[in-house]
Design a binder for this molecule. Structure first.
Ligand SMILES: [Zn+2]
Ligand SMILES: [Zn+2]
Length: 231
């Protein structure tokens, strides 16, 4: 294992390069479907939060590898798939409760940049502390999978963080613009997440889950569920 001073820049470069590649791919797809790029502006504030987001993610992964919280093993496709599937279920509930807590009076200052940064695609606007609070949720399943089942390799980590970021970007796409284009195609099923999250960003209290509707439906905070009472 390289020293932290060597490992951190490597991990940082991988996160930054990976995120920019995913963002580029989503921008191309969005333009193909709607004729316009998603709302993304590289202004100073957006750049600051991008660096805070990637910097905090890289710091946490470097620390997890150095401290042995995550121990790397050779790649195994079945174990990686199991880690991704079970980790996804865990993440959905971790994000739901973490996000709901971030909307309390005391913690909202950490979350405000994500809702208030103007002119920047919101998926890039995460402060360092908010990133630490939410992304720490990755490390319990990763620690368990790596120590008990030798299921975490470099490839597993790349897939976990790339898929998480890709889903995050998809949740922040402009659903209103995409909907008419996708309505007649099988891709319309992918609109649920951006639609729900757009309602949350519009200022309504509810829809705290990110990718799937189940946590909000289970705990009565779904804005689109008939009879639900968001709180
Ligand atoms: Zn929020
Ligand atoms: Zn958001």
């Amino acid at each position: 294992m390289p020293s932290p001073l060597h490992l951190y820049p490597m991990v940082f470069a991988c996160f930054l390069g990976g995120h920019l590649l995913i963002l580029g791919a989503v921008t191309v797809l969005h333009r193909a479907f709607t004729g316009a790029a998603p709302r993304l502006r590289a202004d100073a504030r957006g750049l600051r939060y991008l660096l805070e987001f990637v910097g905090a993610e890289a710091l946490m992964l470097t620390a997890a590898l150095q401290l042995g919280v995550v121990r790397l093993a050779p790649f195994s496709a079945p174990r990686t798939l199991a880690t991704l599937a079970l980790g996804f279920v865990w993440w959905e509930f971790w994000f739901y409760f973490g996000h709901r807590l971030l909307h309390t009076r005391w913690l909202y200052p950490l979350h405000r940049p994500h809702h208030a940064t103007p002119g920047v695609h919101p998926s890039l606007a995460f402060g360092a502390l908010e990133t630490v609070a939410l992304s720490s949720g990755f490390y319990l399943p990763l620690a368990l999978a790596s120590h008990r089942f030798h299921a975490v390799s470099v490839e597993t980590l790349a897939l976990v963080f790339s898929l998480a970021y890709a889903l995050n970007v998809v949740s922040h796409l402009d659903a209103a613009r995409l909907a008419p284009r996708l309505a007649a195609t099988p891709w319309r099923h992918l609109l649920g997440s951006p639609r729900r999250h757009a309602q949350h960003h519009a200022g309504r209290r509810g829809n705290y889950g990110l990718n799937s509707p189940w946590p909000d439906r289970l705990f009565g905070t779904a804005l689109d569920a008939p009879g639900s009472v968001p709180r």
